[in-house]
Ligand binder design. Structure first.
Ligand code: 4FV
Length: 252
C-alpha cells in the first residue's frame, strides 16, 4: 500500500513510522509512506498557506491554491488514489472502515491545520472525510497517524500472523477478553484457573463469556451490532442472571 500525506508538518511523521511493527512493515516494503509539504506549493515570497476567513470570524483558513497544486502533483502520479480529509466533521473511524481502507492500493491523506481548509478543496479533491473522535486536535496529522496504524496492521505480512488481526476486538465488534501472562500469581492475585487448565474448549468458552460480559458492561451499543450465536445468547443470559451487572470500575 502507498500512502501520500499532505501536511504542513512532515517531520511529525518521522519517528512514529520508524518504530516497531510499522517500522518493519516499511522496511519490508509492505507499506510506502511519503510526506508532501503543502508549503512547498505556496509560490509567493513568504510561502503563505493560510488566510483570514471570508465573512470574518476567529482563526485562519488553509488556502486552496497550495493544497490544489500539491494534490494535483500527487494525483498526477496515481490516478487510482483514494483521498481522505481528516476532520471532526468526518465519518467516525472504526475497525470496519480500517478493513475497507486496507484493501485500497493508494491513499492520499490531507491534514488540516488552523480552523480547517477552504471548502473548495473538499469539492475538488476529497473522496472521504474521516474523524477519529469527537474532540478538536491542533491538526490532522495525529489523526492521519492513527488511521495509518489501524490500516497498516491489517495488511498481509505486517502482523506476526494475520490471524491475530482476525481475533481483534471489534473484529467481531466485541471487546477483548482479559489477558494474563507469567507469573501465575502476583501479590496474591491468581490467574484464573481455567487458563492454566489446558482445556482449550473451556478456555475459549471462558474467553467468549468474558468478552461478552465486558462488552455488555462497557459498550452495550456494540452488542446490538455484534453477530451473536445462540451460544452467545445463552452466555449473555447467564451473565445477566449472574447479576454481575455491577457498574464499571469494580474490575469487570
Ligand atoms: C480531527 C479529528 C481534528 C480540527 C481543526 C485539525 C483538527 C484542525 N481530525 N479527527 N478529531 N482535526 O480534530 O480527525 O484543523
Amino acid at each position: 500500500m502507498k500512502v501520500d500525506i499532505l501536511t504542513l508538518f512532515p517531520n511529525m511523521f518521522s519517528s512514529p513510522f520508524q518504530e516497531s511493527i510499522l517500522g518493519k512493515a516499511i522496511e519490508k516494503g509492505l507499506i510506502q509512506i511519503r510526506t508532501i509539504n503543502i508549503r512547498d506549493y505556496a509560490f509567493d515570497k513568504h510561502q503563505v498557506v493560510d488566510d483570514t476567513p471570508y465573512g470574518g470570524g476567529q482563526g485562519m483558513v488553509m488556502k486552496v491554491e497550495p493544497i490544489a497544486r500539491a494534490m494535483e502533483w500527487v494525483k498526477s502520479q496515481a490516478s487510482s488514489a483514494w483521498t481522505i480529509y481528516l476532520t471532526p466533521q468526518g465519518n467516525p473511524f472504526n475497525q470496519k472502515m480500517a478493513q475497507n481502507l486496507s484493501n485500497r492500493p493508494h491513499l492520499i491523506l490531507l491534514c488540516g491545520r488552523y480552523e480547517g481548509i477552504d471548502e473548495r478543496v473538499r469539492e475538488l479533491f476529497v473522496d472521504e472525510e474521516i474523524s477519529i473522535g469527537d474532540y478538536v486536535l491542533t491538526g490532522g496529522e495525529l489523526a492521519a497517524m492513527v488511521l495509518i496504524d489501524a490500516v497498516s496492521r491489517l495488511l498481509p505480512g505486517v502482523l506476526g500472523s494475520d490471524r491475530s488481526a482476525e481475533e481483534d476486538s471489534f473484529f467481531q465488534s466485541l471487546l477483548e477478553f482479559p489477558q494474563y501472562t507469567r507469573p501465575s500469581s502476583f501479590r496474591g492475585m491468581e490467574v484464573p484457573e481455567i487458563l492454566l487448565s489446558g482445556n482449550h474448549a473451556a478456555i475459549s468458552r471462558w474467553r467468549r463469556m468474558e468478552a461478552l460480559r465486558r462488552t455488555w458492561m462497557r459498550r452495550p451499543d456494540l452488542l446490538e451490532k455484534a453477530s451473536l450465536s445462540n451460544d452467545d445468547r445463552e452466555l449473555l443470559k447467564e451473565i445477566v442472571e449472574q447479576g454481575r451487572g455491577e457498574k464499571i470500575g469494580d474490575g469487570v
